[in-house]
Design a protein around this ligand. Structure first.
Ligand code: ARG
Length: 462
């Protein structure tokens, strides 16, 4: 049975069937249901407060809204394309249940300020949930940094061995990134914290809506300042999409590190088998599919961001139906990033960096910079020291020797400044502690960072 639209008084005809199917959004925007109900309850209470609803009518509406919500959540609620979206379905059913009282609910309200409010409520809740998930991830990162404080590993630039680092430093690097993601979300939440309801279709209303009352009811700390902006602004959704895309990129880079380290060529890391998959053909395989999937999803997050940017790009003020396209990319990004964060955090907790990475090294050329700095400390200009050490490395490669295996006489072929003191620095496991500039990979600096995060997380009661 087809439901009649409740907003076609000025038309003689119903909508074309194809147009109706095409423009309906209830299939996805029903996700806004709890926010739509909350917004409508606040609006009803406000209408009562300003004398546009009697107490009995308001009570009837509040009760009716509860019933509509549980009917829809019960899953057997009939949706109709002619009623377009979740907002109209709630209102139409409320009218069926409460009659004249229900017909008054939309007083002083447009779907434009209604949907802008619902969507902000959704985005705010999503951002808060993401903050919690990031906090869990960051706690896991800190625990791993502590566990790996004294594990050494090659650090890379250009994916070529560069200098020795502590594995703790690597975990802490990602902790910095995800902490920025957290603070970016908190920031976005602050700007999201303005109530659009009461802006009407675009111009405000003439009925004296008490917007501050509404803001309080819905937990917003202020109301939007301009009605045209309020109904057409989707910056809050774009900011959320950007935050998610950024976290997606961070996760993707981390997954890439893990995937490379997990290869038999690197063999640098263990990941619990419960996060690995087998091959349908090759019986020996253990694949890091979770990391690959998370890396893969980052394209989706960036895509969703670009998709909404493009939708908004040329919209004249104020509301345009194009804005209905705002929801799916946001819903998709929010749901997928949540899964990514949950799986990644659980997998990361099982990761362990192998302890023998340095003893497995065939050479010690990662110490070349330490040698150059040794010469600098002897008063040799860095460019000269760089060249001398470069030649030394070339010599060691030719002789198939480690730097620590060359004799002092070999060293003297390149500079008279070398003395037996070099053998003290020619040790891969001692190298990191020389990097004691603020933020460096020395044990002192790694511990300072760990302590800083511990204090901060304690303050946050994590
Ligand atoms: N479903 C619509 C949307 O998501 C609700 C607003 C409709 N407003 C309108 N003027 N047609 O944008």
């Amino acid at each position: 049975m087809k439901k009649q639209s409740i907003i076609r008084g000025r038309f003689k005809k119903e909508m074309d069937e194809k147009a109706s199917v095409f423009s309906a959004s209830h299939s996805f925007d029903r996700k806004l249901l709890p926010f739509d109900i909350a917004g409508s309850k606040a609006h009803a209470k406000m209408l009562h407060k300003i004398g546009l609803l009697k107490k009995g009518e308001c009570d009837k509406i509040l009760k009716g809204l509860n019933q509509v919500q549980s009917e829809i959540q019960g899953g057997r609620f009939p949706f109709h394309d002619s009623l377009e979206d979740i907002h109209m379905h709630v209102e139409a059913r409320l009218i069926e249940l409460t009659g004249e009282a229900g017909k008054k609910l939309h007083t002083g309200r447009s779907r434009n300020d209604q949907v802008a409010t619902d969507f902000r409520l959704y985005c705010r809740k999503a951002a808060q949930e993401l903050v919690l998930l990031l906090e869990k991830l960051n706690k896991t990162l800190l625990e791993q940094a502590i566990k790996h404080e004294s594990v050494f590993m090659p650090g890379y630039t250009h994916l070529q061995q560069a200098q020795v680092i502590r594995a703790g430093q690597h975990f802490l690097a990602y902790l910095n990134m995800f902490e920025r993601d957290r603070s970016r979300l908190m920031n976005a939440c602050e700007r999201m914290d303005e109530l659009p309801l009461g802006s009407g279709a675009l111009a405000g209303t003439g009925l004296g809506n008490d917007r501050n009352f509404l803001a309080k009811e819905l937990g917003f700390s202020k109301v939007t300042d301009n009605s045209l902006d309020a109904v057409s602004d989707r910056d809050f959704a774009l900011e959320l999409l950007f935050c998610i895309a950024m976290t997606g990129l961070h996760l993707s880079r981390y997954c890439e590190d893990l995937i490379i380290w997990f290869s038999s060529e690197f063999d640098a890391v263990t990941i619990d088998s419960s996060f690995c998959t087998g091959s349908s053909l090759m019986p020996q395989k253990s694949n890091p599919d979770m990391a690959e999937l998370i890396r893969g999803k980052s394209g989706r997050f960036t895509g969703n961001l670009v998709r909404l940017c493009t939708t908004i790009k040329a919209l004249p003020l104020s509301y345009n139906r194009d804005l209905q396209e705002d929801k799916e990319p946001v819903f998709d990004s929010v749901e997928e990033i949540k899964k990514c964060l949950e799986v990644f955090t659980a997998m990361l907790a099982t990761v362990s960096i192998k302890k023998d990475l340095l003893s497995r090294q065939k050479n010690d050329y990662m110490l070349a910079t330490d040698l150059a700095e040794y010469l600098v400390k002897k008063g040799i200009p860095f460019r000269k020291a760089h060249e001398v050490t470069g030649k030394l490395v070339q010599y060691a490669i030719q002789k198939k020797k480690k730097l620590s295996e060359l004799h002092l006489t070999d060293y003297h072929k390149f500079s008279s400044q070398f003395d037996s003191g070099i053998y003290k620095i020619l040790d891969l496991t001692r190298s990191p502690d020389g990097k004691n500039t603020f933020g460096g990979t020395s044990i002192k600096e790694v511990r300072r960072q760990i302590l800083k995060w511990e204090k901060l997380f304690k303050k946050r009661h994590l």
